[in-house]
Design a protein around this ligand. Structure first.
Ligand SMILES: Cc1cc2nc3c(=O)[nH]c(=O)nc-3n(C[C@H](O)[C@H](O)[C@H](O)COP(=O)(O)OP(=O)(O)OC[C@H]3O[C@@H](n4cnc5c(N)ncnc54)[C@H](O)[C@@H]3O)c2cc1C
Length: 289
């Protein structure tokens, strides 16, 4: 199918894009990589009156080291995230997650801002950002605001972003010393959306006791979610095989996956349990404890 007709504008600057977004007399959508929006428009599941193409906004495509972490611009393509040495060294979880996103054709176009705003619970990068405690900067003509990733996702393909706001930047804290992370997912074919998965970030003290744990689940409900029951079992303890299995079970019990042609909810929960267990083992090993 072809999309319904729409007006197309391609602003040259961020302020120009923000003024277009602020016009609430027209139902507008931002076009970034188009890898989610265009299929939705072709299927007539989305029919915006106006597309605001932000591909000319080159100043939103960057990866910058900060003393405490990395700033990544909203128009940074998945391919560039994957190729970045800074991402690999400072935020290895994002690097690992980006490697699971689709195929190179999609990664060459898809953007960090696009995958966040689309907010698919089965998309790897939002789950990795949730486990990483990322901070999103959204801008409108009224100014900027920082949104913790914890407060960003709001149900099925839905976020707290306002219609007049553009995601401009994402900040990811660097992995601290004695920290380790892992991203695991299971899909029938490499590059497909996963049946289930998990992103794990663990930080240990000098004695090898878990100081903080963030476990985020992929395809485990309507939105990217953390597993606080699982995290609570880990903090304050040295991780051994038995505790890891208990934490993985707790994560799976808190998951709320849907039954689909790709697998029943029960099967998906079993996959999530295994992915959390693998992630906890790998993150512990990578932390060097
Ligand atoms: C065949 C195929 C397979 C795929 N497989 C996977 C996969 O395995 N895993 C995965 O995670 N993804 C997958 N994707 C989706 C891909 O990762 C997309 O890149 C991503 O979901 C959306 O990014 P985009 O830049 O293309 O956004 P677009 O499609 O351009 O936009 C998506 C939404 O975000 C909004 N938006 C975009 N940028 C901004 C911004 N800066 N501020 C505010 N709103 C914004 C748009 O208005 C729209 O609502 C797949 C896509 C295809 C076509």
């Amino acid at each position: 199918m072809k999309p319904a007709s729409f007006e197309y504008v391609a602003p040259a600057t961020v302020p120009e894009a923000l003024h277009l977004l602020a016009d609430d007399t027209v139902d507008s959508k931002v076009l970034a990589g188009g890898q989610s929006l265009i299929p939705l428009m072709n299927l007539r599941l989305a029919a915006p009156e106006r597309l605001i193409d932000i591909n000319n906004l080159r100043d939103l495509a960057y990866i910058r080291d900060d003393i405490n972490g990395l700033h990544i611009g909203a128009m940074t393509r998945h391919t560039d995230v994957l190729a970045s040495t800074s991402v690999r060294q400072m935020t290895p979880l994002l690097h690992e997650a980006a490697g699971f996103v689709a195929h190179s054709q999609v990664r060459n176009r898809g953007t960090l801002g696009g995958t966040l705003a689309h907010a698919d619970a089965a998309a790897e990068i939002p789950v990795a950002l949730l486990a990483s405690n990322a901070v999103i900067t959204a801008r409108s003509i009224e100014g900027e605001r920082q949104i913790s990733v914890e407060d960003f996702f709001q149900g099925y393909f839905s976020t707290t972003l306002r219609a007049d706001e553009l995601i401009v930047d994402v900040f990811l804290p660097a992995m601290p010393p004695h920290g380790g992370s892992a991203f695991n997912e299971f899909s029938r074919r490499r590059g497909d959306y996963a049946i289930g998965g998990a992103a794990v970030v663990l930080v240990f003290d000098d004695q090898g006791i878990c100081e903080s744990a963030r476990v985020a689940l992929l395809a485990a409900g309507p939105q990217p979610v953390r597993a606080p029951a699982s995290e609570g079992l880990l903090v304050g303890h040295r991780l051994d095989g038995e505790l890891i299995l208990a934490a993985a079970k707790a994560a799976a019990s808190s998951a709320n996956p849907v039954t689909s042609i790709h697998g029943s909810a029960e099967y998906r929960r079993a996959v999530i349990e295994e992915m959390v267990a693998r992630g906890l083992r790998e993150a512990t090993q990578r932390a060097g404890v």
